[in-house]
Design a protein around this ligand. Structure first.
Ligand code: FAD
Length: 447
């Protein structure tokens, strides 16, 4: 029979790695980490583009400068990660229409305020409808500027409508990671504490890359894990850190199947797709300087190449623009060729900056939705939810413990959510193992 370890961790993103670190700190060294891809990091991933390091997944440390210290900010400070302060709030003063005119700041500020009021109104009516009071149907944005602001508000800045725990607890500032070693450097630093690493390479044979888990067979005695390449691993416990999108897919089958309360909760959680498209240019033609980092394109189609950022603050002279798409637009663009996407993006840029701007020399389109090890960018719980779903998604099923950003009650969707979830799940497992040991020694006393 296959060698049996105490714990198998499935997935080596931030939550899997922080879970492993806590196990090691508690003396549980005989763990195996099975990771489907050929690297650690998961949704924290850099790539070289236009001569610099860009973040395809998580880019910001969100929630800094508040009453409590964000643990990811602490990790970043300890390892000297290079970051830049980002101020999204200026974006509303750089809204372009399709003829390249910037909306006057008064008009933009008014539209913004109206959109925030409307969103608050709609939220109230949603709450009222939930308790059975009949309410006015929510009104919806219509003009290009209204649509653009609605997109920014709902897909980026809900904080102005609803308190978001990340900003309440850790502060409202956000810092962009701009480090050649990438955001993932934090994971390597963490892994160094319990895995054998030399010159940036993990040599520890407890970490197994390219191991796609396809089946979990679980019973009162333990868990048998089968991978796509036909390997079998056995453990007393499993920590499963794959994303909510993967849990919703049929990549991993459970024998016996997960109970209904579990699968229903998993189905209820929305998956957000968030795509940062990088474009490289021979020279820069967009405004730079204070308050210009972010700009918005107002189009009659909601979310059509709406949110732009230049990378001059992070990497001066890099001549890179980033445009962010979400959900339907992300899926649409993932399905087409990068050449088509480049043409669309150039059309939008020509609307804003005129016909004479140079063509992009390179484009990078991450595909988080079609990646079968991700199936989306992050979890998105309905605004009005009573936390029961996240409890159910997090709750262990027999010997299978769940972790990942989607199991974080306060910080789902964020890097710090994943980090804290890993710690939390491992602490619960360590407690469970202690209890099991106690039960065993008690029953032995009886014998
Ligand atoms: P993951 O990183 O997904 O780790 C799970 C691991 O499991 C992966 O490595 C995966 O390959 C592996 N796996 C999957 N299936 C299997 C299988 N069958 N067998 C074995 N292994 C498997 N957060 C922020 O705080 N700030 C941001 O600015 C930010 N921006 C984001 C932008 C994008 C485009 C994306 C995608 C995410 C962003 N996030 C951001 C969210 C943040 O990246 C995630 O919350 C966090 O990284 C999730 O970590 P995790 O460990 O829960 O999951």
């Amino acid at each position: 029979s296959p060698p049996r370890s105490s714990v198998i961790i499935i997935g080596a993103g931030i939550s899997g790695v922080s879970a492993g670190k806590v196990l090691a700190e508690n003396g549980i060294e005989d763990m195996v980490i099975l990771e489907a891809s050929d690297r650690i990091g998961g949704r924290i991933r850099k790539d070289n583009f236009g001569g610099v390091s860009v973040e395809l997944g998580a880019g910001w440390i969100a929630g800094v400068g508040g009453k409590e210290s964000n643990p990811v900010w602490e990790l970043a400070s300890q390892s000297g990660l290079r970051t830049c302060f980002s101020d999204y709030s200026n974006a509303r003063y750089n809204i372009y229409d399709r003829s390249g005119k910037i909306y006057p700041s008064g008009v933009a500020a008014d539209s913004y305020k109206k959109a925030v009021d409307l969103a608050i109104e709609n939220l109230k009516s949603l709450e009222a409808n939930l308790v059975g009071e009949v309410n006015e149907p929510p009104s919806s944005p219509k003009t290009p500027i209204e649509l653009a602001i609605d997109f920014i508000l709902h897909d980026f800045e809900m904080a102005e409508v609803e308190p978001i725990s990340t900003f309440v607890d850790f502060g409202e500032r956000e810092f962009l990671v701009a480090d050649e070693r990438g955001y993932e450097h934090l994971l390597y630093k963490m892994a160094e504490n319990f895995l054998l690493i030399s010159e940036g390479k993990i040599l520890d044979n407890r970490l197994k890359l390219n191991k796609v888990v396809r089946e979990l067979q679980h019973s009162r005695n333990g868990v048998v894990v089968k991978t796509e390449d036909g390997c079998i691993y056995e453990a007393n416990y499993v920590i499963l850190s794959v994303s909510i999108g993967v849990l919703q897919s049929d990549l991993i089958s459970f024998r016996p199947p997960l109970p209904r309360w579990k699968t229903e909760a998993i189905e209820k959680c929305d998956v957000m797709v968030y795509t940062k498209i990088f474009l490289n240019f021979p020279y820069k033609f967009w405004p730079c300087g204070p308050g210009k980092e972010f700009f918005i394109y107002a189009h009659e189609r909601r979310g059509y190449y709406t949110f732009w950022q230049h990378m001059e603050n992070a990497y001066p002279g890099s001549n890179i623009l980033v445009v962010t798409l979400t959900n339907g637009e992300s899926k649409r663009v993932e399905a087409q060729s990068d050449k088509e996407t480049l043409e669309e993006a150039m059309g939008v840029l020509r609307d804003m900056f005129g016909p004479h701007i140079p063509n992009a020399t390179d484009i990078l389109v991450p595909r988080w939705w079609n990646n079968r090890f991700q199936r989306g960018s992050y979890s998105n719980y309905p605004i009005i939810s009573d936390n029961q779903d996240v409890h159910d998604i997090k709750a262990p099923v027999g010997r299978i413990f769940f972790t990942g950003e989607h199991t974080s009650e306060r910080f789902s969707g964020y890097v710090h959510g994943g980090y804290l979830a890993g710690i939390d799940t491992s602490n619960s497992l360590v407690e469970e193992m202690r209890k099991e040991k106690e039960r065993k020694s008690e029953s032995q006393t009886f014998l």
